[in-house]
Design a protein around this ligand. Structure first.
Ligand code: SF4
Length: 359
Protein backbone atom coordinates (compact mmCIF):
# COMPACT_ATOMS: atom_id res chain seq x y z
CA UNK A 1 0.00 0.00 0.00
CA UNK A 2 1.31 3.43 -0.83
CA UNK A 3 0.20 6.77 0.50
CA UNK A 4 1.05 10.41 0.03
CA UNK A 5 2.11 12.18 -3.11
CA UNK A 6 5.82 11.85 -3.82
CA UNK A 7 7.97 14.91 -3.47
CA UNK A 8 9.82 16.15 -6.53
CA UNK A 9 12.93 14.06 -7.08
CA UNK A 10 16.06 15.34 -8.79
CA UNK A 11 18.27 12.69 -10.45
CA UNK A 12 21.23 13.72 -8.29
CA UNK A 13 19.40 13.52 -4.98
CA UNK A 14 20.17 10.44 -2.95
CA UNK A 15 17.31 8.18 -2.04
CA UNK A 16 16.84 6.69 1.38
CA UNK A 17 14.37 4.18 2.79
CA UNK A 18 13.34 5.06 6.34
CA UNK A 19 11.94 2.25 8.46
CA UNK A 20 8.80 3.79 9.93
CA UNK A 21 7.19 2.03 12.89
CA UNK A 22 4.78 4.84 13.68
CA UNK A 23 6.67 5.77 16.86
CA UNK A 24 8.65 8.91 17.62
CA UNK A 25 12.22 7.73 17.01
CA UNK A 26 11.75 6.54 13.46
CA UNK A 27 9.80 9.70 12.71
CA UNK A 28 12.63 11.92 13.99
CA UNK A 29 15.30 9.91 12.17
CA UNK A 30 13.48 10.31 8.86
CA UNK A 31 12.89 14.00 9.49
CA UNK A 32 16.56 14.70 10.28
CA UNK A 33 17.65 13.20 6.96
CA UNK A 34 14.74 14.62 4.98
CA UNK A 35 15.74 18.08 6.14
CA UNK A 36 19.17 17.55 4.59
CA UNK A 37 17.65 17.34 1.12
CA UNK A 38 17.65 13.54 0.80
CA UNK A 39 14.70 11.95 -1.00
CA UNK A 40 13.26 9.87 1.84
CA UNK A 41 10.50 7.26 1.50
CA UNK A 42 9.01 5.41 4.46
CA UNK A 43 8.73 1.63 4.69
CA UNK A 44 6.48 -0.03 7.23
CA UNK A 45 6.49 -3.81 7.52
CA UNK A 46 3.21 -5.43 8.57
CA UNK A 47 4.12 -8.55 10.54
CA UNK A 48 0.70 -9.36 12.01
CA UNK A 49 1.99 -8.53 15.50
CA UNK A 50 1.89 -4.77 15.07
CA UNK A 51 0.16 -2.91 17.88
CA UNK A 52 -1.11 -0.30 15.41
CA UNK A 53 -4.57 0.57 16.65
CA UNK A 54 -5.82 -3.00 16.62
CA UNK A 55 -7.24 -3.46 20.12
CA UNK A 56 -7.99 0.25 20.27
CA UNK A 57 -10.31 -0.20 17.33
CA UNK A 58 -12.11 -3.14 18.93
CA UNK A 59 -12.53 -2.39 22.61
CA UNK A 60 -15.25 -0.02 23.75
CA UNK A 61 -13.14 1.49 26.52
CA UNK A 62 -10.60 2.60 23.93
CA UNK A 63 -13.13 4.04 21.52
CA UNK A 64 -12.49 7.59 22.61
CA UNK A 65 -8.88 7.19 21.48
CA UNK A 66 -8.13 8.40 18.03
CA UNK A 67 -8.01 5.57 15.51
CA UNK A 68 -5.26 6.02 13.06
CA UNK A 69 -2.46 4.12 11.48
CA UNK A 70 0.51 5.81 13.12
CA UNK A 71 2.92 4.93 10.32
CA UNK A 72 0.63 6.61 7.79
CA UNK A 73 0.19 9.52 10.15
CA UNK A 74 3.98 9.93 10.41
CA UNK A 75 4.30 9.86 6.63
CA UNK A 76 1.63 12.49 6.38
CA UNK A 77 3.38 14.69 8.97
CA UNK A 78 6.68 14.40 7.10
CA UNK A 79 5.16 14.68 3.63
CA UNK A 80 6.81 11.48 2.41
CA UNK A 81 5.58 8.45 0.53
CA UNK A 82 4.93 5.42 2.74
CA UNK A 83 5.07 1.81 1.60
CA UNK A 84 3.26 -0.68 3.84
CA UNK A 85 4.65 -4.12 3.08
CA UNK A 86 2.92 -7.34 4.17
CA UNK A 87 5.60 -9.74 5.45
CA UNK A 88 3.35 -11.98 7.58
CA UNK A 89 4.48 -15.26 6.00
CA UNK A 90 8.20 -14.53 5.75
CA UNK A 91 8.30 -13.05 9.23
CA UNK A 92 7.15 -16.33 10.74
CA UNK A 93 10.64 -17.79 10.45
CA UNK A 94 11.98 -14.82 12.44
CA UNK A 95 9.45 -15.39 15.23
CA UNK A 96 9.80 -19.16 15.32
CA UNK A 97 13.57 -19.50 14.94
CA UNK A 98 15.38 -16.30 15.82
CA UNK A 99 19.10 -16.85 15.38
CA UNK A 100 19.85 -14.33 18.12
CA UNK A 101 17.06 -15.43 20.46
CA UNK A 102 14.32 -13.48 22.16
CA UNK A 103 14.22 -10.38 24.31
CA UNK A 104 12.32 -10.29 27.61
CA UNK A 105 9.30 -11.99 26.02
CA UNK A 106 8.90 -13.56 22.58
CA UNK A 107 10.27 -10.51 20.79
CA UNK A 108 13.07 -11.43 18.37
CA UNK A 109 14.13 -7.78 18.10
CA UNK A 110 17.64 -8.31 16.81
CA UNK A 111 16.63 -10.75 14.06
CA UNK A 112 13.63 -8.54 13.32
CA UNK A 113 15.79 -5.45 12.73
CA UNK A 114 18.21 -7.45 10.57
CA UNK A 115 15.27 -8.78 8.55
CA UNK A 116 13.68 -5.37 8.02
CA UNK A 117 16.87 -3.55 7.06
CA UNK A 118 17.71 -6.36 4.66
CA UNK A 119 14.24 -6.30 3.11
CA UNK A 120 14.18 -2.55 2.64
CA UNK A 121 17.66 -2.06 1.24
CA UNK A 122 19.41 -5.23 0.20
CA UNK A 123 16.60 -7.47 -0.98
CA UNK A 124 15.02 -4.25 -2.26
CA UNK A 125 11.56 -5.68 -1.83
CA UNK A 126 10.07 -2.54 -3.34
CA UNK A 127 12.49 -2.42 -6.26
CA UNK A 128 13.22 1.23 -5.48
CA UNK A 129 17.00 1.11 -5.56
CA UNK A 130 17.57 3.14 -2.41
CA UNK A 131 21.09 4.44 -1.72
CA UNK A 132 20.86 3.86 2.01
CA UNK A 133 18.49 2.99 4.82
CA UNK A 134 17.56 4.96 7.94
CA UNK A 135 16.39 3.61 11.29
CA UNK A 136 15.42 5.37 14.50
CA UNK A 137 17.67 3.15 16.62
CA UNK A 138 19.46 4.69 19.59
CA UNK A 139 22.49 3.01 21.18
CA UNK A 140 21.64 1.70 24.64
CA UNK A 141 17.90 2.22 24.32
CA UNK A 142 16.74 -1.40 24.06
CA UNK A 143 18.47 -4.20 25.95
CA UNK A 144 18.19 -6.72 23.12
CA UNK A 145 18.62 -4.96 19.83
CA UNK A 146 19.91 -1.47 20.49
CA UNK A 147 23.24 -2.03 22.20
CA UNK A 148 26.71 -0.88 21.23
CA UNK A 149 27.65 -4.44 20.28
CA UNK A 150 24.48 -5.23 18.31
CA UNK A 151 24.48 -2.10 16.15
CA UNK A 152 27.35 -3.33 13.93
CA UNK A 153 25.81 -6.80 13.88
CA UNK A 154 22.57 -5.48 12.37
CA UNK A 155 24.53 -3.59 9.71
CA UNK A 156 26.65 -6.63 8.92
CA UNK A 157 24.05 -9.41 8.99
CA UNK A 158 21.42 -7.41 7.11
CA UNK A 159 23.93 -6.92 4.29
CA UNK A 160 23.47 -3.15 4.48
CA UNK A 161 26.96 -2.58 5.89
CA UNK A 162 27.77 1.10 6.10
CA UNK A 163 24.69 2.02 4.10
CA UNK A 164 22.72 1.79 7.35
CA UNK A 165 22.42 5.22 8.96
CA UNK A 166 21.08 5.85 12.48
CA UNK A 167 20.71 9.64 12.50
CA UNK A 168 19.73 9.85 16.19
CA UNK A 169 22.89 8.20 17.49
CA UNK A 170 25.28 8.57 14.54
CA UNK A 171 27.87 10.44 16.63
CA UNK A 172 28.31 7.33 18.75
CA UNK A 173 29.08 5.17 15.72
CA UNK A 174 31.71 5.21 12.97
CA UNK A 175 30.82 7.41 9.96
CA UNK A 176 28.68 5.57 7.41
CA UNK A 177 28.84 5.80 3.64
CA UNK A 178 26.17 8.55 3.40
CA UNK A 179 28.21 10.62 5.86
CA UNK A 180 31.60 9.96 4.24
CA UNK A 181 30.25 10.71 0.78
CA UNK A 182 28.62 13.92 1.98
CA UNK A 183 25.09 12.78 1.14
CA UNK A 184 24.25 13.83 4.67
CA UNK A 185 26.13 16.21 6.97
CA UNK A 186 27.34 14.25 9.99
CA UNK A 187 27.49 17.48 12.00
CA UNK A 188 23.71 17.73 11.69
CA UNK A 189 23.12 14.25 13.09
CA UNK A 190 22.86 13.37 16.79
CA UNK A 191 24.59 11.43 19.55
CA UNK A 192 21.64 10.23 21.62
CA UNK A 193 22.40 7.38 23.98
CA UNK A 194 20.55 5.28 26.52
CA UNK A 195 16.97 5.01 27.67
CA UNK A 196 16.37 8.66 28.48
CA UNK A 197 13.68 9.91 26.10
CA UNK A 198 14.15 13.60 26.89
CA UNK A 199 16.52 14.31 23.94
CA UNK A 200 14.01 12.82 21.51
CA UNK A 201 11.19 14.81 23.05
CA UNK A 202 13.22 18.01 22.85
CA UNK A 203 14.03 17.32 19.20
CA UNK A 204 10.36 16.59 18.50
CA UNK A 205 9.49 19.89 20.15
CA UNK A 206 12.04 21.72 18.01
CA UNK A 207 10.36 20.27 14.90
CA UNK A 208 6.94 21.26 16.22
CA UNK A 209 5.78 17.65 16.65
CA UNK A 210 3.46 17.32 19.63
CA UNK A 211 0.99 14.56 18.81
CA UNK A 212 3.25 11.54 18.31
CA UNK A 213 2.76 7.92 19.36
CA UNK A 214 4.66 6.67 22.39
CA UNK A 215 4.55 2.87 22.36
CA UNK A 216 5.31 1.62 25.86
CA UNK A 217 7.37 -1.54 25.46
CA UNK A 218 7.94 -1.70 21.74
CA UNK A 219 6.25 -1.58 18.39
CA UNK A 220 4.65 -5.01 18.48
CA UNK A 221 2.70 -7.44 20.65
CA UNK A 222 5.67 -9.79 20.94
CA UNK A 223 7.13 -7.53 23.62
CA UNK A 224 3.95 -7.90 25.69
CA UNK A 225 4.25 -10.45 28.49
CA UNK A 226 0.59 -11.47 28.42
CA UNK A 227 0.55 -11.84 24.64
CA UNK A 228 3.79 -13.84 24.67
CA UNK A 229 2.32 -16.11 27.34
CA UNK A 230 -0.69 -16.81 25.10
CA UNK A 231 1.51 -17.52 22.10
CA UNK A 232 3.70 -19.90 24.12
CA UNK A 233 0.55 -21.65 25.39
CA UNK A 234 -0.72 -22.02 21.81
CA UNK A 235 2.52 -23.70 20.77
CA UNK A 236 2.68 -26.02 23.76
CA UNK A 237 -0.99 -27.06 23.52
CA UNK A 238 -0.64 -27.91 19.83
CA UNK A 239 2.74 -29.56 20.28
CA UNK A 240 4.12 -27.53 17.41
CA UNK A 241 5.64 -24.09 17.15
CA UNK A 242 3.54 -22.65 14.36
CA UNK A 243 0.73 -20.15 13.81
CA UNK A 244 -1.46 -18.67 11.15
CA UNK A 245 -2.74 -15.14 10.85
CA UNK A 246 -6.05 -15.86 12.61
CA UNK A 247 -4.18 -17.41 15.54
CA UNK A 248 -2.16 -14.30 16.18
CA UNK A 249 -5.14 -12.01 15.75
CA UNK A 250 -7.23 -14.00 18.23
CA UNK A 251 -4.44 -13.81 20.82
CA UNK A 252 -5.00 -10.05 20.91
CA UNK A 253 -8.64 -10.35 21.96
CA UNK A 254 -10.63 -11.69 24.94
CA UNK A 255 -9.87 -13.67 28.08
CA UNK A 256 -8.03 -16.87 27.25
CA UNK A 257 -8.92 -19.69 29.63
CA UNK A 258 -7.54 -23.20 29.30
CA UNK A 259 -9.25 -25.63 31.69
CA UNK A 260 -7.47 -28.60 30.08
CA UNK A 261 -4.72 -29.09 27.53
CA UNK A 262 -7.12 -30.19 24.76
CA UNK A 263 -9.27 -27.06 24.67
CA UNK A 264 -9.20 -23.34 25.38
CA UNK A 265 -11.93 -20.73 25.71
CA UNK A 266 -11.70 -17.24 24.27
CA UNK A 267 -14.25 -15.15 26.16
CA UNK A 268 -15.19 -11.71 24.87
CA UNK A 269 -14.65 -9.05 27.53
CA UNK A 270 -17.08 -6.54 26.11
CA UNK A 271 -19.30 -5.75 23.16
CA UNK A 272 -16.54 -4.78 20.75
CA UNK A 273 -14.65 -8.00 21.44
CA UNK A 274 -17.84 -10.07 21.16
CA UNK A 275 -18.46 -8.55 17.75
CA UNK A 276 -14.90 -9.28 16.68
CA UNK A 277 -15.10 -12.89 17.91
CA UNK A 278 -18.45 -13.32 16.12
CA UNK A 279 -16.49 -13.11 12.88
CA UNK A 280 -14.88 -16.44 13.82
CA UNK A 281 -18.01 -18.27 15.01
CA UNK A 282 -18.23 -20.52 11.96
CA UNK A 283 -14.75 -21.90 12.65
CA UNK A 284 -15.29 -22.72 16.32
CA UNK A 285 -17.84 -24.30 18.61
CA UNK A 286 -19.14 -21.22 20.40
CA UNK A 287 -21.35 -20.32 23.33
CA UNK A 288 -23.73 -17.44 24.01
CA UNK A 289 -25.96 -16.70 26.98
CA UNK A 290 -29.74 -16.74 26.53
CA UNK A 291 -31.24 -15.78 29.87
CA UNK A 292 -28.85 -12.94 30.62
CA UNK A 293 -26.64 -10.57 28.68
CA UNK A 294 -23.24 -12.18 28.35
CA UNK A 295 -20.14 -12.79 26.31
CA UNK A 296 -19.51 -14.73 23.16
CA UNK A 297 -17.12 -17.59 23.90
CA UNK A 298 -15.15 -19.45 21.25
CA UNK A 299 -13.95 -22.96 22.10
CA UNK A 300 -10.62 -23.76 20.49
CA UNK A 301 -9.88 -27.50 20.56
CA UNK A 302 -11.87 -30.70 20.96
CA UNK A 303 -14.18 -30.40 23.99
CA UNK A 304 -16.32 -33.35 25.13
CA UNK A 305 -19.74 -33.06 26.78
CA UNK A 306 -18.36 -32.37 30.27
CA UNK A 307 -15.97 -29.79 28.84
CA UNK A 308 -18.89 -27.99 27.21
CA UNK A 309 -20.79 -27.92 30.51
CA UNK A 310 -17.75 -26.36 32.19
CA UNK A 311 -17.39 -23.96 29.25
CA UNK A 312 -21.04 -22.94 29.70
CA UNK A 313 -20.47 -22.37 33.43
CA UNK A 314 -17.43 -20.22 32.70
CA UNK A 315 -19.35 -18.24 30.07
CA UNK A 316 -22.17 -17.74 32.61
CA UNK A 317 -19.62 -16.51 35.12
CA UNK A 318 -18.78 -13.59 32.84
CA UNK A 319 -22.45 -12.79 32.11
CA UNK A 320 -24.89 -10.51 33.91
CA UNK A 321 -26.21 -13.68 35.54
CA UNK A 322 -22.97 -14.41 37.40
CA UNK A 323 -24.83 -14.28 40.76
CA UNK A 324 -27.96 -16.10 39.52
CA UNK A 325 -28.74 -19.69 40.48
CA UNK A 326 -29.03 -20.69 36.85
CA UNK A 327 -28.05 -19.24 33.50
CA UNK A 328 -29.23 -20.53 30.17
CA UNK A 329 -26.39 -20.94 27.67
CA UNK A 330 -26.56 -21.93 24.01
CA UNK A 331 -23.87 -24.15 22.57
CA UNK A 332 -23.52 -23.71 18.81
CA UNK A 333 -21.90 -26.80 17.33
CA UNK A 334 -19.90 -26.78 14.13
CA UNK A 335 -22.63 -28.87 12.48
CA UNK A 336 -25.00 -25.94 12.98
CA UNK A 337 -26.89 -27.73 15.79
CA UNK A 338 -27.71 -25.57 18.80
CA UNK A 339 -28.02 -27.06 22.27
CA UNK A 340 -29.34 -25.27 25.35
CA UNK A 341 -27.64 -25.88 28.70
CA UNK A 342 -28.91 -24.61 32.06
CA UNK A 343 -25.93 -24.19 34.32
CA UNK A 344 -24.80 -22.67 37.59
CA UNK A 345 -22.24 -19.96 36.93
CA UNK A 346 -18.76 -20.91 38.03
CA UNK A 347 -17.85 -19.18 41.28
CA UNK A 348 -14.63 -17.14 41.48
CA UNK A 349 -13.06 -19.79 43.74
CA UNK A 350 -13.78 -22.55 41.22
CA UNK A 351 -11.97 -20.70 38.45
CA UNK A 352 -8.43 -22.03 38.77
CA UNK A 353 -5.80 -19.28 38.40
CA UNK A 354 -3.71 -21.72 36.34
CA UNK A 355 -6.45 -21.80 33.68
CA UNK A 356 -5.96 -18.12 32.87
CA UNK A 357 -3.56 -17.95 29.97
CA UNK A 358 -1.28 -14.92 29.81
CA UNK A 359 -2.86 -13.37 32.92
S1 SF4 B 1 9.37 -4.76 19.13
FE1 SF4 B 1 8.62 -6.22 17.57
S2 SF4 B 1 8.66 -5.05 15.62
FE2 SF4 B 1 9.92 -3.91 17.11
S3 SF4 B 1 12.03 -4.67 16.75
FE3 SF4 B 1 11.15 -5.94 18.39
S4 SF4 B 1 10.28 -7.73 17.36
FE4 SF4 B 1 10.61 -6.14 15.79
Amino acid sequence: MTAQPQSQTSPTRKRAAALISGGLDSMLAAKVVLDQGVDVEGVNFFTGFCVEGHTHAIRRKDRSREKRNNALWVAEQLGIKLHIVDVIDEYKEIVLNPKHGYGANLNPCLDCKIFMVNKALVTDVLGRGYDFVITGEVVGQRPKSQRADTMPLIAQESGAGDRLLRPLCAHNLPPTLPEREGWVDRAKLYGFHGRDRKPQMALAHSFGFTDYAQPAGGCCFLTDESYAGKLADLWSSRGVRDYDFDDIMLLKVGRHIRPASHYKLIVGREEGENNFLAGYRKRFVHLTTLSHTGPLTLVDGAPDTDDLILSARITARYSQGRNADEVSVEVHHLSGAVEELRVTPLSPTELEPAWQVGA
